[in-house]
Design a protein around this ligand. Structure first.
Ligand code: HEM
Length: 447
């Protein structure tokens, strides 16, 4: 049981404790609970209890200084795997995680990733050409289509639209099922084969069949394509360890899962924020005009577009797609006066930290300039952690930042986007944080 001395909410009820508040509005629940105190206690139902961490020092302690003993929570990882294999992304075992991460890391080195810049811009131009003009469409869905195409092309050189759409649907169902099970007061075991479980397993079958064909064809053809899959097939540790084909199929699924919705949802919020803040939009447009004019963005341009980068960071601060993560203490530990017991679960309140008055002026306001070097220098390193930090930091952070910084100018050079929803857009809880009912936009060619 988490430390009983920690502050709690005052509106809990018997048996359910904080669960009813959580169910009413999960995202607001984590923000409000983080305001009770920077370290507090939350209880969802009779048995799910957490230490809620909205404190940058404790976040650093868990994610970096003592990362070895704060594993990914066992219960959540079991739900996440849905009876499937252990992967780098979903293992709670440090040693299992480490050899996989070491094998994959070279594939994500800056040099390797930089080679994908042209493909990212080409795919964005293709999507822009397909979008309707003057008719409402869902920008969030469009961004998911785009980031799925980018990851399929850069990871395993698949460009077939029908296949990437199918894969996108399968991942969408998969993440919905995992989130529903993880946020239920009790998740039925897999053998009960409830309709929800059956949907999740069917989606996984579609995904695995697709990825299995890609990997097996590549092994059979022996023809390198210069993509991430080649790097992962060739990766070998000094100790001789390398991935088997089956392991690769699973790991690729994990990477596609981790790497497409996250960037898509951030981009969708970013375009919404710019539409709502014309002065910031003007500033981005001036930067694009000064650096690019009408030509395509390249990797070399990015360093000359600091304001665009600030806008991406600010969108990630206000709407971090991974709004929390959970760790489990694998040993007893002490943080100042706080005793943490082996088995305690800790929710790292990423969105709460990024909007905490302790670390940010006017935290709810959209203000990209807060990421200028001058205004960033005194900020706690763990107050902005959309990719977390420490050894288990997102492996695709360089990929994602480059992708978003290329997509933003490419879209805005060509399109003017207008939000046509009737109410201010609210976030929607899920495995990652999207927008309720998508993002209704109207696009016009920029004259
Ligand atoms: C805006 C975009 C993204 C955000 C905000 C994001 C955020 C995160 C976060 C918070 C984690 C840590 C999860 C945890 O340990 O609890 C993570 C892990 C991971 N991410 Fe990302 N991610 C993004 C894009 C990507 C992309 C594009 C890729 C791949 C191309 C990717 C691949 C991964 C992988 C493989 C891990 C697992 C790392 C490990 O366990 O060692 N991510 N991401």
């Amino acid at each position: 049981m988490a430390n009983p001395m920690l502050p709690t909410r005052t509106d809990s009820v018997p048996f359910f404790n904080d669960y009813l508040n959580y169910r009413r509005d999960p995202l607001q629940f984590w923000l409000d609970s983080g305001e009770v105190a920077s370290i507090s206690r939350v209880k969802l139902g009779p048995s799910r209890e957490f230490i809620l961490v909205t404190d940058a020092d404790l976040a650093q302690h868990i994610l970096q200084k003592k990362a070895r003993i704060y594993i990914r929570e066992r219960q959540l990882m079991t739900l996440n795997r849905m009876g499937g294999p252990e992967l780098m992304f979903n293992t709670d075992n440090w040693d299992e995680w480490l050899w996989r991460r070491r094998l994959m890391q070279p594939g994500f080195h800056r040099k390797q990733i930089e080679g994908f810049a042209t493909a990212m811009v080409t795919e964005t131009n293709a999507l822009i050409a397909e979008l309707p003009r003057g008719a409402q469409f869902d920008l969030q869905h469009a961004m998911k289509t785009l980031t799925m195409r980018i990851i399929a092309r850069t990871m395993f050189s698949v460009t077939d639209r029908f296949e990437t759409d199918q894969l996108q649907d399968a991942f969408e169902v998969g993440s919905e099922v995992v989130f529903k099970r993880a946020s239920a007061i009790w998740a039925p075991p897999l053998w009960t084969r409830t309709p929800l479980i059956q949907r999740g397993l069917a989606a996984r079958q579609v995904r695995d069949k697709f990825l299995s064909r890609i990997v097996k064809d590549r092994y059979a053809s022996q023809q390198p394509q210069g993509d991430l899959l080649d790097t992962l097939i060739e990766a070998r540790l000094e100790e001789g360890q390398q991935f088997t084909a089956d392991q690769l199929i699973g790991e690729m699924g994990g990477i596609v899962f981790a790497g497409h919705d996250t960037t898509a949802l951030t981009l969708s919020w970013l375009f919404y924020l710019l539409e709502q803040h014309p002065a910031a939009l003007e500033k981005v447009l001036s930067e694009i005009e000064a650096v690019l004019g009408d030509r395509n963005a390249t990797l070399a341009d990015l360093e000359h577009m600091p304001f665009t980068e600030m806008v991406v960071k600010e969108a990630l601060r206000l709407y971090p797609p991974v709004y929390l993560t959970i760790r489990e203490a694998d040993e007893d530990d002490q943080f100042g006066a706080l005793k943490i017991n082996k088995g305690d679960s800790l929710v790292l309140n990423i969105r709460g930290l990024q909007q905490s008055k302790l670390y940010w002026d006017n935290p709810k306001a959209f203000d990209p300039e807060r990421f200028s070097p001058e205004r960033s220098q005194d900020r706690h390193k763990f107050a902005w952690v959309p990719f977390i930090d420490g050894p288990r930091k997102c492996m695709g952070d360089t990929f994602a930042m480059m992708e978003m910084r290329l997509i933003v100018p490419t879209v805005l050079q060509q399109l003017s986007l207008r939000y046509v929803g009737t109410v201010p857009k609210q976030p929607e809880p899920g495995f990652v944080m999207g927008a309720q009912d998508g993002m209704e936009m109207l696009a016009e060619d920029r004259g």
